[in-house]
Design a protein around this ligand. Sequence first.
Ligand SMILES: C=CC1=C(C)c2cc3[nH]c(cc4nc(cc5[nH]c(cc1n2)c(C)c5CCC(=O)O)C(CCC(=O)O)=C4C)c(C)c3C=C
Ligand code: FE2
Length: 445
Amino acid sequence: MALGTGTDSGTGTTTTSAAAAPSTRVSRRGLLAALGSGAVGAGLVGAGVLAAEVSGRSPSSSGSAGSGDPSTDGGSSAVVPFHGEHQAGIATDVQANLHFAAFDVTATSRDDLVALLQDWTAAAVALTAGKEVGEGGASSGKPLAPPSDTGEAVDLHANRLTLTVGAGPSLFDSRFGLSAARPAALVDLPAFPADALVPERSDGDLCVQACADDPQVAVHAIRTLTRIAAGRAAVRWAQLGYGRAATVDPNAPTPRNLFGFKDGTANPAASDTATLDDQVWVQRGDESGAAAWVVGGSYLVARRIRMHIETWDRTSLQEQEQVIGRTKGAGAPLGHAGEHDSFDPKTLPASSHVRLAHPTLNGGAQMLRRGYNFTDGTDGLGHLDAGLFFLAYQRDVRKAFIPIQTALARQDALSEYLEHTASGVWAVFPGVPEGGYLGQQLLST
Ligand SMILES: C=CC1=C(C)c2cc3[nH]c(cc4nc(cc5[nH]c(cc1n2)c(C)c5CCC(=O)O)C(CCC(=O)O)=C4C)c(C)c3C=C
Ligand SMILES: [Fe+2]
C-alpha cells in the first residue's frame, strides 16, 4: 500500500504520510536513538527540560528516519500539519479518539504564560509529527533522570494527532493584563433550564483538544502537555471520548451516537470553505482593537451531556424517531427516504430535536459539531454514566450555540433523556505560522 497525501481543509495544507514527507519521517524510536546522547540532569524533568526544545535543542530537526514501511505503518503514520492559517482539529476529518483537558493557569506573570504557550507549541509540533518531546525517553542515556518523554506512544506514530488550544473567559481577568483583549463574542454562557453542571468540571483558563486515531496517542499528548505545564498550569478537568459522534466529510459514513442515531449529517463539510468562513472562522471586522487577535480563530463550546441510555432503550422506535425528527436506520428526515434529502423542518414534529436546532429557525446559524461518545463506567445505581461530549465550533456563540441551546432547553423532546453535567466556552487561537507560537496574536497585543 502506497502512502500518499491528502488535503486537510482545517489548515488548508496537506495530510501527509510519514513515507511521503521527509520532515515528518522521524519515528519516535528513531528520535530516541538520535537523542540518546542528550544531557538531562536528574530533577530537571518537566518545564525546564522540555522548555529546552524552545531554546534550540528541538528534536524536530534531528533524528533518523522511521521505518517508513507502508506495509507496516498503515495509516498510523499519517500526519496532520500543525502550522497553518487555522488550527488543525477543527475542520480536520474527525479522528477516532479524543482527550480533552481544561487547565487553570497557576503562573502569575504574563512572561510565564507566554513561556508556557511557547513550550506547548514546541511540544505540539513534535507530537503531531509523531516524535518524542525533549531528550526522548527510554534511551536518553541518563538512567538517573526521569525520561523527558514518558514513552507510551513510542512506535504508535502520529495517528493524525491534532492539538487545538483556546483561551477561556477567565484568562482575561486582571492577572495577565489581557482584559482589553477579551473578544466581545467570548461571553459567559448563560444558565440553561435543567442544567446540572458541576463547577469543578466546567470552564478553565485554557483548553486543549487532542484528537487522534489511536487513544494512547491522544492521552500521551495531554499527559505530556500537563507535565510541561508543571508549576504554570494544572488540569482542572478532562474528558476522554471515542467513536466520533460527528463528521465533516460528507462522503464518509455518518457515525452514530449512543442513542443509535446518525449524528453529524447536517454538519458543514470541511471542503465547504464558504460556509466555514461564514459560520466557523472569526472574520476581520468581527472584533476591534485589542480583541482583533481572534480573527482566524473560532469559538468552542464543550458540554458533557449524560444520556439516559436505559430510559431511551425502553422507548419505542416510533417515539425515538419522533423525538429526533429523523429515522433511526437511514438517518433520513421523517417523511423522506435518504439521509441527505432536503427537507422543510416545519414538517417535522414541533418538539423534535432536528426541527428546533435547524438553521432556518435559528437565524441561519450553524455550528461545526465535533463531538465524541463517552462511557465513564456506572453511576453507582447500575446505570451507565455515558453520553455525548458535545464539541461545537462557531464564529459567534451569541448567534449559534446560545440561541440554539435556549430553544432546545425550552422545548426539545430529547431533553427528557439528557443531563448537561459540564460546560465551557473558549476563544480558540488562530493558526500558528512557522516559527510562531500558540496564542502569539493575543499575547503580543
Ligand atoms: C445546542 C446545540 C446542540 C446540542 C446541545 C445537541 C445535543 C445533542 N444532539 C444529539 C443528536 C442529534 N443532533 C442532530 C442534529 C443537530 N443537533 C444540533 C445541535 C445540538 N445538538 C444541530 C444544530 C443539529 C443539526 C440540525 C440540522 O441542521 O438539521 C441529529 C441529527 C443528525 C445530524 O444532523 O447531525 C442527531 C441524531 C444528541 C444525542 C445530543 C445530546 C446528547
Ligand atoms: Fe443535536
